[in-house]
Design a protein around this ligand. Structure first.
Ligand code: ADP
Ligand code: MN
Ligand code: MN
Ligand code: MN
Length: 337
């Protein structure tokens, strides 16, 4: 009889960004769904989630994925709960996301692959050629010799896990990459992003490569990394309209500081008004405008202001739970009648 390996994965209590943590539970029967995965516990005093004198925190499984890298393996995304098992821990931002099966998110995760504190493919000293041919580029001069192997394997692992990748591409800076994940349901896309991050970091261990999630690893004329948040609700897709859209944009303007607070650390280094960004203290929207805070796709306008919008401010290091939570909170402030 085979044994099954369930990797319980959660977010620790570090700020401003949590770290991924994981440990393996061995069970005798394969889970068919997340309901088959029991609650578990861990030592919260080692993850900045509890005092040593009362250190237990609970892991509540919320999402289950096959793990193609391990025989009989599964990945179990968990929420962290207080010892009573029912109260969300203060570090549990997933629990703050409004439940809405009809909310859809598409997150575009950008990141750098680093080796010895330098992006893959960069010379040991100094800088590579200026940006220009790296974006969606091909060839050793543009992507180096190792990055694509990692990126391809990561894509395969994510697809085998059932994550709904929509695409991958080499990005504007050398050593910078992107994957896009789309999912229906207010929490699913954020779960999938965390699992995809986990799979990438674990894969890179064997290559002595680190994933640099920071939004601006290099100052100067090098693109930073974002995590554009494309979002829609049932109302936005099916009713919408210009009046509603303008009210929605007013709400986003009014809450701009709350949004920036949820969109990842050090964003002032990235949201400068250059490199296809709006500056951090301004809110703007624009049709097909990559220099706006919110880009309105042509399709949205052509479809009587129905469809999805792209908030370009969230950064690569942001917690997708906090990002999706904030977006839906602001959307919920705008009356639909
Ligand atoms: P770009 O780089 O031009 O911004 P991408 O193709 O990388 O565009 O990302 C666009 C994202 O928008 C995709 O992840 C896609 O899944 C998402 N998306 C498309 N339609 C919707 C929708 N109705 N609701 C939410 N997200 C959507
Ligand atoms: Mn993109
Ligand atoms: Mn991009
Ligand atoms: Mn985008």
């Amino acid at each position: 009889m085979p044994k099954y390996k369930l990797e319980y994965i959660w977010l620790d209590g570090y700020t401003p960004v949590p770290n991924l943590r994981g440990k393996t539970k061995i069970v005798s029967e394969a889970p068919n769904s997340v309901e088959d995965c029991p609650m578990w516990g861990f030592d919260g005093s080692s993850t900045q989630q509890a005092e040593g004198s009362s250190s237990d925190c609970m892991l509540k499984p919320v999402s289950l994925y096959p793990d193609a890298a391990r025989d009989n393996g599964f990945l179990v995304m968990c929420e962290v709960m207080m010892p009573d098992g029912t109260t969300p821990h203060p570090s549990n931002h997933r629990a703050t996301i409004l439940d809405d099966e009809e909310a859809w998110f598409g997150l575009e995760q950008e990141y750098f692959l680093f080796q010895n504190k330098r992006p893959l493919g960069w010379p040991k000293d100094g800088y590579p050629d200026p940006q220009g041919e790296y974006y969606t580029g091909v060839g050793y001069a543009n992507v180096g010799d190792l990055a694509r192997e990692i990126v391809e394997q990561h894509l395969e692992l994510c697809l085998e896990a059932g994550i709904n990748h929509e695409g991958i591409n080499a990005e504007v800076a050398k050593g910078q990459w992107e994957f896009q994940i789309f999912a229906k349901g207010s929490k699913k896309c954020a779960d999938d992003i965390w699992i995809a991050r986990y799979l990438l970091m674990r894969l890179c261990e064997g290559y002595k490569v680190d994933v640099e999630w920071h939004c601006k690893p290099f100052l100067g004329d090098w693109n930073g990394s974002g995590m554009h948040c494309n979002f829609s609700t049932k109302f936005m897709r099916e009713v919408g309209g210009k009046d509603y859209f303008l009210k929605l944009m007013d709400a986003f303007d009014k809450n701009k500081e709350e949004h920036i607070a949820a969109y990842g650390p050090d964003n002032h280094l990235r949201l400068t008004g250059l490199h296809e960004t709006q500056s951090i203290d301004k809110f703007s929207w624009g049709i097909a405008d990559r220099g706006a805070s919110i880009r309105v796709p042509h399709s949205f306008v052509n479809n009587d202001y129905k469809g999805y919008l792209e908030d370009r401010r969230p950064n690569s290091q942001g917690d997708p739970y906090q990002i999706c939570s904030r977006v839906l909170k602001t959307v919920a402030e705008v009356p639909t009648a």
